[in-house]
Structure formats: structure tokens, C-alpha cells
Design a protein around this ligand. Sequence first.
Ligand code: SF4
Length: 370
Amino acid sequence: MIYIHVPFCRSFCTYCDFYSEIAPKECGGILGSWQDSMLKEIESRKDEISAPAEVKTLYIGGGTPSVLPLSVLGSIVSAIKALCPDGFMEFTVEVNPDDVTPSYASGLRDLGVDRVSMGVQSFDDGILRWMNRRHDSTGAVKAFHTLREAGFGNISIDLIFGLPQLSDVLWADTVSKALALAPEHVSAYQLSVEGGSALSEMLEKGEWEEAPEDLCRRQYGFLCAELAKNGYRHYEISNFALPGREAIHNSAYWRRVPYVGLGPGAHSLIRSAGEERRVWNTETLSGWTREGEILTPEDIRAERIMLGLRTSDGMEISELESLAGKDAVLALEREGALVEFGNDGESVPGMIRIPEDRFFVSDEIIRELI
Ligand code: SF4
């Protein structure tokens, strides 16, 4: 699994705290420095990139990868592909609807991209303006059709719920417009206030208030029900897919498959010689360096519980019991916070999971086990 971080955006969204810089309009300059540093990092980590991997995927995220000129993106993809001649099980690029022109979409296809993740967030223009998104609702729909016309048969869209100004009516409208497009995959996140975002400043100054929990819970429940009615599998707390369209790359993160992260701020999980290391690149536009730590058995235990229970497949009962203790597991089973059944109501022998109707409070359940 290879992740590439593109640290550029054209504008900054109200809620975002990701590492990103304003995208330059021209090649060269800081874009050229980033590109050079990327190519150097790919060269210096070629053994890791080319090593046989259980899951061979490429994911280019950000930031906003679609602000990169195709020539710049192409140079990086070519360098990676030269080290992975057998190709990828899945090759995803994140895009902003505003960047999706017919020529850009077909350029992505030419690079071998087979999955696009588009940050739509809302189909309401007032909400999009508040989020400081560049696109409007019409633009998102148009971009989706442009991607389809370019031949993309695997498109994911991101949505955000849980804003105080997002009424249930507006949310129902956004969900229905998303479903009308029939994307293969939907990721939906409850708005959260991240330190360092414009939103956290607004909150501190008293210019904005978080949405009440019952509104967030209702909007999440509505989304789950509507997507289920339309054939989507709720396979992870925030992710829904048509059968067979679950994200291969992200699913491997939740199974803690090792990955190689390239670019400023990107993280890697490295397993070798009986130990696990988390490695991350510093957040500078060029010439970033690597830092890291050896994960302790306690770190690994907590991560295995936290990631495993995010999914609808859950974990093996014996594994969870050995990580969290039989008594803790049994107590949560008695409360109905953990169940031994699959999504479809059929028993999955040996597996345990958080039932969908408790996904909304999964953090609390997981905390009890950690
Ligand atoms: S949400 Fe995406 S587009 Fe918006 S500022 Fe963050 S990284 Fe950039």
C-alpha cells in the first residue's frame, strides 16, 4: 500500500486542519521543489515501494491532488509505476469537483487511475459557501458525470453531516442527490472541530456552536437507513459501498496492513524484524525528513481494537478477548454493544462486532475496551 500526500489546495475549508499550502498556478517554484523532493523520496525508498506486499494499492490524497497539473502528477506516478511493474489492485486519486474537466478526467484515466474519491461534502450551496468549498452543487453533479463519461466506474463521494445549520430537510436533500448519482462508494463524516482549523477559532470566539448530539445522531441514522435501502453495505463506521466496491486501500488500513507514506506529513507503518514502527515525514513543502517511533505492545493492542471494531466484519472473538479481557467483552455483549452477528443478521462464527445501531457511539464502546 502506497500513499502519496499532495500538500496543496486552492483555498482552505472552514473545518480542515490538514497540512496544506496554497497551490501555485504555475509549474516550477514551490511546486517544482515539492515534485523534486517527491522524486527523491521515491528513489530513496525504492526498496520499500517495490517490496512484495499483501495489498498493492496506490492512493494519492491531500490536500487536493487534482490541483496538480497532469504533467506533475504523471511524473510521480511514472516513478512509482516503474517500481511496481505488476500494477495495483486499486489506484485512487482524490479530486475537487471544481478541477474535473473532461481533459483532466481522461488524463487521470491515462495515468491508470481506476478509482476517484471526490470531496462533495454537501449538495446545498449555502452549506458549501459556509464550508468555504470552491465548488457548488451544480458543479459537483457536473463533475460526477464528467468522471463517468471519462470511463470511471468506481467513484466515491465524501459528505459531511452534523452542522447546526444543516436541517434534516437539507440533509435529506443532500442524501437524495447523492443517491441519484449512484456512486459506488460514499464516505460520510460528522463535522468535528479540529484544533488549528478556522472552525476552532470561530468556536473559541463564540461565532459558531457545535450541533446538538441528537441532530448528529438523527442525521447519521437517516443516512444509514437510506443507503441500506439503496443497496449500500455499511462496512465501516463512516463508509458505505455497493457490493464489491469497498475501498481496498482503506480496508487494509483497518486491518493494520503495513503501508508506505510518501510526501510531507505522510505516515508509514513498517513491520520488520519482529517490531513495528510508525514513521512520519515532517510537514515542510520540500526537503522533509523522517521521524518515527517503535510501537509498544500497548500501542499495538489499542490500535488493533480501535481499527478492528470500526468495521462491520469486526474481529475474531478470541483476538478481542485476548486484547481486552473476557470480562470486558462479555459485559459489552450483555449490553448489546457487541454482537456476534454479521450485517445481514446471519451468524458469523467466531467474529464479534459493534452492531450498526451502536456505530454512532463506537468511540465510547472502544474506550471501554482500551
Ligand atoms: S478539506 Fe481538502 S480541500 Fe479543504 S482545505 Fe482540507 S485538504 Fe484542502
